[in-house]
Design a protein around this ligand. Sequence first.
Ligand SMILES: [Zn+2]
Length: 334
Amino acid sequence: MPIHPHSDDEGEALDLQNTRVQKRARCSGHDDNEGLGESSSNEQSSQSQMDFWFHDGDIVLAIERMLVRVHKRVLSRSHVWDDMLEIPQPSYIETYDGLPLVKLYGDTANDWLSLLRWLYNDRQFYTSPSASHFPTLSGALRLSTKYDFPALRTWCITRLLTLWPPLSLVPSLSSTPPLPHALAITLARQTDVPEILPAAFYSLATLKWRNAADGGNAHEVLSPGDLRRVILGREALQELIDEFRSTLDDSPSTLAASDPHYTCKTVLERRWRKAFKDGIGSSNGNGVCVLRTLQEMMIENLEEACDGHLRWHRELARERMEKVVDAVPRMFML
Ligand SMILES: [Zn+2]
């Protein structure tokens, strides 16, 4: 939920800095904050904003209830800010402690804290584990896109691609902790990063939703169109899995029991049926069950199968994995 700067029921016990923010924001009287509200934490903001109150700063930014005093030269690394700061100022501008005050409606304090951490110490930002946490990463991506900080945007996209990689790499991902796939889809739409969509849609669709918080609230996060994509994609994946389970070319059931390959082919048939018997959605809540299962089958040993049939089995798993990877964008209409 967006935090309204002028709300009266908060802030009385906050520190001097925050009291100033509230006083200032009351004067402005705006209430059209359009922040995304995602992971907004006022307490965290009020503590961390002190890190960005520089005594030699020459501009004050107001974002939600947060005030920071920073340097124009630092903001000017962005063409957008450079252009804004170049524009001749009108004779009357709002000030704070004698400095120009810029109110940034529509941004969130937490997003700005991510950006400011990067602006003032990018090396430390890149190596900090917290920078790769989704709320920080998504905030940095939103603002680096909005204000055109290409280096930060590129870094954020690279990090996101380690979490939602090309589909052929999805099985190698660890499934813990669960990732916020629905938020990632929304972020990708907002910031034009379609590269992560196949992995995010696939992962969300293959979750067992009743076991996963992310699946459980996806309907609140996704647009109606994207929610429809999840449902259609899930149905299409289920159909493909049903096909994997039910059809093996050269099925052993056509062989006589006396055939020397009867046993090994029966083993393979049983393996395929068992692998996908639960259908889509894995009981342990990870979102990579189909591709992960196929990848396991590509390298597994089945002792009862002859070498020829084992090779055939692994090759079939590879073909079917490629088929899934190829089909996902179409299934989800991406
Ligand atoms: Zn055989």
